[in-house]
Ligand binder design. Structure first.
Ligand code: FES
Length: 102
């Protein structure tokens, strides 16, 4: 329910199980119900992004955005834009590479 609950292992698992991209959304800074969850998410995101790039994953495949539950139109636009980016990048090869390595 809070972006502060996002564990980097959730994102890694998504990619290793075949996700082509991961979009993380949280409340706008200052609006987190749990006060600092989105700040915690932001700190983790920057570390995760660096780690994924070192693993060979294009950083455009992961994105963090602040958006509130009342911003349905903006969320739809964001989701469509992210989907287009992922389509342009094509399928991720991480799952296949993990299976070949195992
Ligand atoms: S409740 Fe924490 S980011 Fe939304």
């Amino acid at each position: 329910m809070c972006s502060g609950r996002i564990d980097p292992s959730f994102v890694l698992k998504s990619f290793t199980e075949g996700a082509d991209g991961v979009l993380i959304c949280g409340c706008h800074p200052g609006d987190c119900h749990y006060h600092e969850g989105n700040y915690k998410c932001l700190r983790r995101f920057h570390l995760l992004e660096k780690y994924l790039v070192q693993m060979g994953i294009d950083k455009r495949r992961i994105r963090l955005e602040w958006i509130s539950a009342s911003e349905g139109k903006e969320f739809a636009e964001l989701a469509n834009e992210f989907s287009e980016t992922i389509k342009e990048l094509g399928k991720s090869t991480i799952k296949q590479e993990m299976e070949e390595f195992a």
